[in-house]
Ligand binder design. Structure first.
Ligand code: PGA
Length: 306
């Protein structure tokens, strides 16, 4: 039965076996907030994360316009990660943000490949291809930054089952296999697995569903990159993650953290970080798995983007 396989309702448990991977939680503010007057409050929401940084890496992706205004306002160690980058450096690239500029500003991380840029939904701009993602990733790593690399499947693929889901994820990963193979410090690439149907919908993948997918991705990496990469690379879950569901998801051994959209604009964000820190230390604190709470927070989350 499910409760034997995934005993996440148990209050006290041993931490999942995670090969020593340090958890990582990020907040993706997307194209929010509308008013710069709100920025101080949003930055302040992240303050309690500072004392958890030895146990969990934390990053935030402010909107492009706001990065320059606030990147020095977060506690040291909280990484500011732009939501996109170019792969050519500075020059005549109107509308672009160069990794070189990020490096000069002292930024340590950049996010790429979000489904909203891969054309799954959002603006009807041209899709960013898997090949482009590989080019960007190589450039980011070459410049010394780390990268959050987003992948995920839309609903029609999820409805076909796990094999189709894995095939879709593989199609988004296969171009970066040589890059992952060559990478010495595997913690410099973080895969954010974000099922498109769970993003901004208030519907979260169940812990079992997310674990199954994360494990399938990790097993594929073991077979197609190498075992070291599979053991060491961190795979975050994204898609309506919040303080209510983070505990149950954190109990899963292949979930190494979260990429949080809506809830990263709320004071609950540090609770998500606390949840995975608690799960990794085997403490019950923060590991509430109440389905009713999940539903409540999910509902709140849905209304946040509307
Ligand atoms: P969400 O967004 O948490 O609002 O679902 C996650 C993301 O798109 O990164």
């Amino acid at each position: 039965p499910r409760s034997t396989l995934f005993p996440y309702t148990t209050l006290f448990r041993s931490p999942p076996v995670t090969m020593g991977r340090k958890p990582i939680v990020g907040g993706n503010w997307k194209c929010n907030p509308a008013e710069t007057a709100k920025l101080d409050e949003l930055v302040a929401n992240f303050a309690p994360c500072a004392e958890l940084l030895d146990k969990c890496d934390v990053y935030v992706c402010p909107s492009n316009l706001h990065v320059g205004m606030i990147y020095q306002k977060f506690a040291p160690g909280i990484m500011v990660a732009p939501q996109n980058c170019n792969f050519k450096g500075c020059g005549a690239y109107t509308g672009e943000m160069a990794v070189d500029q990020m490096k000069d500003m002292g930024l340590k991380c950049c996010l790429i490949g979000h489904s909203e840029r891969r054309g799954e939904f959002g603006l009807p701009t041209p899709k960013e291809s898997n090949e482009l993602m590989a080019t960007k990733l190589a450039y980011i790593l070459e410049k010394g930054l780390m990268c959050v690399f987003c992948i995920g499947e839309p609903l029609p693929i999820r409805e076909k089952g796990i094999d189709a889901v894995l095939a879709e994820c593989v199609s988004q990963l296969k171009d970066i296999v040589p890059i992952l193979k060559a990478l010495e410090d595997k913690s410099r690439v973080v895969i954010a697995y974000e099922p498109v149907w769970a993003i901004g919908t208030g519907v979260t993948a169940s812990p079992e569903q997310a674990q199954e997918t994360h494990k399938a991705i990790r097993d594929w990496i073991a077979a197609n990159v190498d075992q070291k990469t599979a053991d060491e690379i961190r795979i975050q879950y994204g898609g309506s993650a919040n303080a209510g569901n983070a505990g149950a998801l954190s109990a899963m051994p292949d979930i190494d953290g979260f990429l949080v959209g809506g809830a990263s604009l709320q004071p609950e964000f540090p609770e998500i970080v606390k949840a995975i820190v608690a799960a990794r230390s085997g403490s019950a604190e923060g590991v509430s798995s109440g389905r009713s709470e999940e539903r409540r927070v999910g509902k709140e989350c849905r209304s946040r983007w509307s």
